[in-house]
Design a protein around this ligand. Structure first.
Ligand code: EPU
Length: 423
């Protein structure tokens, strides 16, 4: 018997008020393993309180790093005494970002044994570009029984041209190269805010990385990284989630602790759909006081529209009269949740990489299941817009990446309860 938690959402309530954004998940899950390279105490602030962060901290601790909680959002990592380079237990599979242990352990010990990562399923999620980078730097990399084994006599700088823009490969290569011999250049690098945040973290710890946030990143290897303090950026995707939820409920919400520059592609799309979006420096206000207009959206690497907001914008566009087309160009398969939205009465057809939404008919509450993290967030947006009650299961996905999502939404006027049931 499984004990299941569900969110019970009574829809139709307009969100209004102020809400703060937590630290960025995808920066935190890269920065924490990167702390293994630091020869000293490294203080990391503004961590989000989410399951993915707890899991990566547990893994580091099992590897022998000393972790001290200074407060719920700040830890100190001291990895000086650590000796293990092997992370092969089941927990490593609980999240995608455990692949950053490969770059961190390889950089630190010149050898790493790490179980293949898990995380949200959007079809095949290869790591060939990570491996290509490690090999170019002189490592031998083998995959056996689901465990990646990487080792190098010497880890040396190299020129690496990524075949596609990959956040994970860009970050992993930066981590491995920070203390390698010589200069590593990553061409066709990802430019996401968390790529820049990881580079800033490493630089604060003594690395010499230039060009993060552009197509070409140059990492000049240093002998060692020293301790220091670093505060993680606000979460772009949580901010986007709150912005879409505000607009989708015809709300008026001030979202604080945001970097508006990171939100430009979403802000532009929300304005096209009919919202008023104001940039207030370190906050964004979203007001929606007109019926939403249909729009076409295409996901792209940063600074394009983020794939991680795709299920949420699809949910919102179901309210717009007419036909909207949302094209997914980052992941080969990220529309598994569409069947759940259909249970709520919406007309969506998926054709290849495009979802065609015939919107404006309204959504009605239903029993639905979150198939992955952002699909879960999309269902929450749909439930907030729907008439009646929606029950969402599969919360383990949502809890991996959102800090107290229902608490934040309830403070804005949503009606959401978390209940435990038996399944
Ligand atoms: N790809 C390859 N080979 C590789 C690496 C990537 O073919 O070696 C392909 C992927 O299959 C995909 C594309 O390249 O089609 C982009 O993948 P990327 O490597 O950028 O994704 P990721 O690093 O595995 C991160 C985020 C995801 C987010 C993507 C895209 C983390 C931990 N995860 O994944 O976030 O969707 O970038 O922006 O940073 C989420 O937070 O819910 C989430 C899934």
């Amino acid at each position: 018997m499984l004990c299941l938690e569900k969110l019970i959402i009574s829809g139709g309530r307009r969100l209004a008020g102020e809400v703060g954004v937590s630290g960025a998940k995808n920066a935190a899950v890269a920065i924490i393993p990167a702390a293994l390279l630091v020869d000293g105490v490294c203080r990391i602030e503004n961590l989000p309180h989410i399951d993915d962060v707890s899991v990566i901290i547990e893994i580091l601790s099992e590897l022998g790093a000393e972790i001290t909680y200074i407060n719920p959002t700040t830890i100190e990592v001291n990895a000086r005494g650590m000796a293990s380079y092997t992370a092969v237990h089941e927990r490593v599979r609980a999240m995608r970002a455990s692949y950053y242990l490969l770059g961190a352990l390889l950089g630190r010990f010149k050898k790493a044994r790490v179980r293949m990562p898990g995380g949200c399923y959007f079809g095949d999620r290869p790591i060939d570009q990570h491996v290509k980078g490690f090999k170019a730097m002189g490592a031998l990399v083998d995959l056996e029984n689901g465990v990646v084994d990487a080792r190098a006599e010497r880890l040396c700088g190299a020129n690496i041209y990524l075949d596609m823009v990959s956040v994970g490969a860009t970050i992993n290569i930066m981590i491995a190269a920070a203390c390698a011999e010589g200069v590593t250049t990553i061409e066709n690098a990802a430019k996401e805010p968390h790529v820049v945040d990881l580079a800033n973290f490493l630089n604060v710890m003594g690395a010499n990385i230039k060009g993060a946030g552009t197509d070409t990143i140059k990492i000049i290897g240093v002998k060692k990284l020293r301790g220091g303090t670093y505060s993680i950026i606000p979460d772009q995707i949580e901010a986007g989630t709150l912005m879409i939820a505000a607009a989708a409920t015809g709300g008026d919400v001030l979202i604080k602790n945001v970097i508006p520059k990171h939100m430009e592609s979403l802000s532009a799309k929300l304005i096209e759909i009919g919202a008023k979006v104001s940039d207030l420096g370190d906050a964004i206000r979203v007001v929606m006081d007109a019926p939403p207009k249909c729009a076409n959206v295409k996901t792209l690497p940063y600074p394009g529209f983020p794939t991680d907001l795709q299920p949420l914008i699809v949910a919102f566009l179901t309210a717009a009269k007419g036909t909207s087309v949302v094209t997914e160009s980052v992941w080969e398969s990220r529309f598994q949740y569409v069947g759940e939205l259909r249970r709520m009465g919406v007309d969506i057809q998926v054709e290849g990489r495009a979802a065609v939404i015939k919107g404006g008919k309204g959504l009605s509450g239903a029993e639905v299941k979150s198939t992955d993290l952002r699909a879960g967030a999309g269902l929450i947006v749909a439930a907030l817009m729907a008439t009646g009650t929606t029950r969402i299961s599969g919360l383990r996905h949502i809890d991996r990446g959102y800090e107290e999502i229902e608490k934040k939404l309830c403070a804005l006027g949503a009606d959401i309860k978390r209940v435990r049931g038996v399944g």
